[in-house]
Ligand binder design. Sequence first.
Ligand SMILES: N[C@@H](Cc1c[nH]c[nH+]1)C(=O)O
Length: 374
Amino acid sequence: MTQPNDLLPEGLEDRLPLEAARITAMMRACLDVLDAHGYDRVRPPLLEFEASLAGRMAGAVAGEARAMFRFVDPASLRTLALRSDMTPQVGRIAATSLKTAARPLRLAYCGDTVVIKASQLDPARERLQLGAELIGSDSVAAASEAVMLAVDALTAAGLTGISVDFTLPDLVDTLSAKAFPLSDGQIEAVRRELDTKDAGGLKAAGGAAYLPLLYATGPFETALAALRDVDAGGALKSRLDGLEAIAAHIGDAARITLDPTERHGFEYQSWFGFTLYAEGLRRAAGRGGTYRIAGSDEAATGFTLYLDRLADAAPQPEAARTCYLPLGHDRAAAAKLRAEGWRTRAQLAEGEDAPALRCGYILTATGPVELEQP
Ligand SMILES: N[C@@H](Cc1c[nH]c[nH+]1)C(=O)O
């Protein structure tokens, strides 16, 4: 019976066997792809000193951007936080324990993260992250590798209709530095109007020069051409050439779109960011981009998939046949079945109902025999 204490807090949920099986299958498939591409897995802890988690991403006001659960550690009396993103942890590892490891350094990770407050669009407060970080480079080659790897991982996880939306997270900073100057006060207003895609508001905020950016959105080729038409004294050329090269690298492995002013979720990414989508998903499948590890100022590129979100669209893995092992069964024969890929469920007491325990077979002296299903 459910007692009031059994209810889970808002935004947290149990994953029951069918869904958990999908998530596990995806996790294995994705980790295998990252491993095959030479990414070594690291396992940072679930919680750390808050200052470390909040301080490793240049530009990110981590505490604000992704409200972290914090509390005082009764042992050290210091403030600890639960991770809300694993990328800063991997950055810390690269800047400390693996400081002297050869670059580029390729690291993979998978683990749960939590946030205090979910967004309206996505009420989940727990997220299973799986990702890869390529440390020591934020070149076009590194970005191409990261995007391709993300697409390969999603494909291996059984997702289809994958699309990648490119963005230029520091676009307004770049343009306002010289080509389209803005005062400090105007910058925030212009960013806000670009976010809401409000042409009138943008003009009123003194950002008339930024208007063409609103229309340089959509399928990659046309959006890129529109962006190339924005004459910003050459300020955008190297970035746009970069995007073009990355898109060429992806080829037709995924559909590519461009939304140059999208910055939601890109708190620390620098010149290049991307959001991953797949058929059947209402929200982003993952996100990535180029950034600098604060403290060491090392360049890096990476991506994170939000694995539990993908569970809705991932195929149900085929469950192996399950064989019931009666009391006193031949244990060697049972071990042999498992080695051949069967699942077994062993009887513990008299009176059990094998079909109700979802066993399709029973082990007999002559091997597994199919059971009649209720
Ligand atoms: N960890 C970031 C994505 C990212 C990984 N590496 C670079 N960016 C996120 O979840 O939004």
